[in-house]
Design a protein around this ligand. Structure first.
Ligand SMILES: Cc1cc2nc3c(=O)[nH]c(=O)nc-3n(C[C@H](O)[C@H](O)[C@H](O)COP(=O)(O)OP(=O)(O)OC[C@H]3O[C@@H](n4cnc5c(N)ncnc54)[C@H](O)[C@@H]3O)c2cc1C
Length: 456
C-alpha cells in the first residue's frame, strides 16, 4: 500500500469509484481508494439499477444526464459489460396538476438538453400494452434512459480508474484522520497510514461516522427503501415471446411507485409513507452487507395500486423483498463539494439516486478538485447549503419527510412542514399574529406572504 497519494477516496461504492475514475481521467494518476470491505458492499449491491433522467433540479439533472451518457460508453472503454438496458422511462399523470408538473420539468429538460416526449394515454398503451390507461391525462417519456447493473457499472469504473494508474485497497478501513502542519492529511487505516493532499468522503450510510472523524456533522441519514421482486408473469412472458420490446420503467407518480421488468417478472419499488430513518447514530458493526426484514404492510397500498394499473400483476407471486438503507439529506439532493471549515476535504455523500448520479458527481467533483472549480453550477448540491441547524433530530425528521414526498406533485415554491420552526427571529410571534405564511431558508423561518384576516 502506498504511504503517500495526491487524493485518498474513502468508500468503494458506486459513488467513490466514480470519483476515483474521474480523478484518474483528469490525469491525476496518484490517487487511491480505500474500502473497508469489498467494492459495492454498501447500498450499491442491492440497488434496483434504475437510471431516471427526470429531475427537477438543473444541477442534479445535468449530473444524471452525464452518467447516462458515460455508462453507455463504459463497456467499449473497459471491456466490462454493464447490462445497460435502454428501455426508457415512462411517468404517468392521473391529474392535470401532475401534467403541469411535467410541463414545468420540460423547461429544465430543454435547458440541459435531456430528450423527452409528452405523450397521450393512447401512446402510453402502445408503449406499455399491459397497463390500463383509461384514467390517465398523459405521460412524460424519456426514451434514452433505463436500468443498469449497479455492481457491473462500479466494476467498470474501477477498471477504467486502475487502467489510468489509480489504486484500490480493499479490506482497508479508515479509523482516524489527522491534519498535518504542512496542510496535508494523514489518513489512518487498519493497514497503515497514507499521507495525502486531498480526501474525498464517499461512504454512503457511514457518512455521519466519517464526518465525525473530521469533526463535522454531515446531514445524511439513511431511510429504509424496499422493493419487491416477483416470479415470472405469464402475460408479460407471452408479450415478450410474441416479440414485444422490453417495457419502459413505469412510474405511477400519483401512487408513488416504480415498476420494471426483471427476468420476465417485475420489480416494484414504492416510496411509502412511514418508512423509518435508520443508522442516525451510525451503522452497527453487525450490519455488514445485510438487509432489513421486508414490511408488507407498508408495501400493500402500492401493490394494490400496481394491480389496478397492471392487472396481470395480481397473479404474480412475490419472490423476494429487498429492504435496504438509502442515504438521504434534508432536501433530497446529495452533498457534492467541499466540506465546510476544512481544507481539501471533499464530500460525495447523501446520495439517494447514487447509481444514477455517480458518474456525474464524480465528474464534477474531480473538476472541482483538479481545476479549482466545477464546470457547472453546483449550488443545489453544495454541502455548505446546510448549517448547524441540521442536527441529528432535524435530519431524521426531514429525511423521512423527503422520502415520502419523492413522488408528490412538486409545486413551485414548495414548502414542507416537518422539523419546523428550526430558527426564528425575535419578531416571529408578532409576524405570525399578522398572518405570516411561513417559508424556510437555511433553517430560518421568514414570511413568504401575509394572508388577509380570516383566510388562514
Ligand atoms: C432498495 C434500494 C434500491 C435502490 N435503487 C436505486 C436505483 O434504482 N437507482 C439509483 O440510482 N439508486 C438506487 N438506490 C440508491 C443507491 O443504492 C445508493 O444511492 C448508492 O448505492 C450509494 O452509493 P455510495 O457509493 O454513495 O454508497 P455505498 O454503496 O453505501 O458505499 C459506501 C462504501 O463506503 C465504505 N466505507 C464506509 N466507511 C468507510 C471507512 N471508514 N473506510 C473505508 N470504507 C468505508 C462502505 O463499506 C461502502 O462500501 C437504491 C437503494 C436501495 C436501498
Amino acid at each position: 500500500m502506498k504511504t503517500h497519494a495526491r487524493v485518498v477516496v474513502i468508500g468503494g461504492g458506486v459513488v467513490g469509484v466514480g470519483t476515483l475514475y474521474h480523478l484518474a481521467k483528469k490525469g491525476w494518476s496518484d490517487v487511491v481508494l480505500v474500502e473497508r470491505t469489498e467494492l459495492t458492499a454498501g447500498s450499491t449491491w442491492h440497488a434496483a439499477g434504475l437510471l431516471p433522467l427526470f429531475n427537477m433540479s438543473y444541477t442534479v439533472g445535468q449530473l444524471h444526464k452525464y452518467s447516462v451518457d458515460l455508462y453507455k460508453s463504459l463497456e467499449e472503454e473497459t471491456g466490462q459489460d454493464v447490462s445497460f438496458h435502454v428501455n426508457g422511462n415512462l411517468r404517468l399523470a392521473c391529474s392535470r396538476d401532475r401534467m403541469d408538473e411535467y410541463h414545468k420539468y420540460c423547461g429544465t429538460a430543454n435547458t440541459i438538453g435531456v430528450p423527452f416526449e409528452i405523450i397521450t394515454p393512447q401512446e402510453v398503451k402502445e408503449l406499455w400494452p399491459l397497463c390500463e390507461t383509461d384514467d390517465l391525462v398523459g405521460a412524460l417519456y424519456h426514451p434514452d434512459d433505463g436500468h443498469i447493473a449497479p455492481v457491473d457499472v462500479t466494476n467498470a469504473m474501477a477498471k477504467g480508474a486502475r487502467n489510468r494508474g489509480a489504486e484500490i485497497y480493499l479490506r482497508t478501513e479508515v479509523l482516524g484522520v489527522e491534519a498535518q502542519f504542512g496542510g496535508e492529511w494523514l489518513i489512518k487505516t487498519n493497514k497503515g497510514d497514507i499521507t495525502c493532499e486531498h480526501v474525498v468522503c464517499a461512504t454512503g450510510n457511514y457518512a455521519r461516522q466519517t464526518g465525525h472523524l473530521f469533526g463535522i456533522e454531515v446531514p445524511a441519514v439513511p431511510v429504509q427503501h424496499q422493493y419487491i421482486v416477483t416470479d415470472v408473469c405469464e402475460e408479460l412472458k407471452a408479450y415478450r415471446d410474441g416479440g414485444g420490446r422490453e417495457l419502459a420503467v413505469l412510474r405511477e407518480s400519483d401512487a408513488s411507485y416504480y415498476l420494471r421488468e426483471e427476468r420476465l417478472g417485475y420489480i416494484l419499488g414504492p416510496y411509502e409513507a412511514g418508512a423509518p430513518a435508520v443508522f442516525a447514530d451510525g451503522v452497527p458493526e453487525t450490519f455488514g452487507q445485510d438487509l432489513f426484514p421486508g414490511d408488507l404492510d407498508r408495501l400493500m397500498p402500492h401493490v394494490e395500486a400496481a394491480i389496478k394499473r397492471v392487472p396481470s400483476f395480481e397473479k404474480v407471486g412475490i419472490k423476494d423483498i429487498v429492504n435496504g438503507p438509502i442515504s438521504y439529506t434534508p432536501d433530497g439532493s446529495p452533498l457534492i463539494g467541499p466540506a465546510w471549515g476544512l481544507r481539501n476535504v471533499w464530500l460525495n455523500e447523501g446520495h439517494s439516486f447514487g447509481v444514477t448520479a455517480a458518474g456525474g458527481a464524480g465528474w464534477q467533483l474531480a473538476e472541482w478538485i483538479v481545476e479549482g472549480e466545477p464546470g457547472i453550477d453546483m449550488l443545489a448540491t453544495d454541502p455548505r447549503r446546510f448549517g448547524p441547524y441540521t442536527s441529528k433530530a432535524y435530519t431524521v425528521k426531514k429525511n423521512e419527510e423527503t422520502y415520502r414526498n419523492v413522488f408528490t406533485v412538486h409545486y413551485p415554491d414548495e414548502e414542507r412542514e416537518d422539523a419546523r420552526p428550526a430558527k426564528t427571529s425575535p419578531i416571529y410571534d408578532k409576524l405570525d399574529r399578522l398572518g405570516a405564511v411561513w417559508g424556510q431558508r437555511y433553517g430560518w423561518e421568514r414570511p413568504n406572504w401575509f394572508a388577509p384576516p380570516g383566510m388562514l
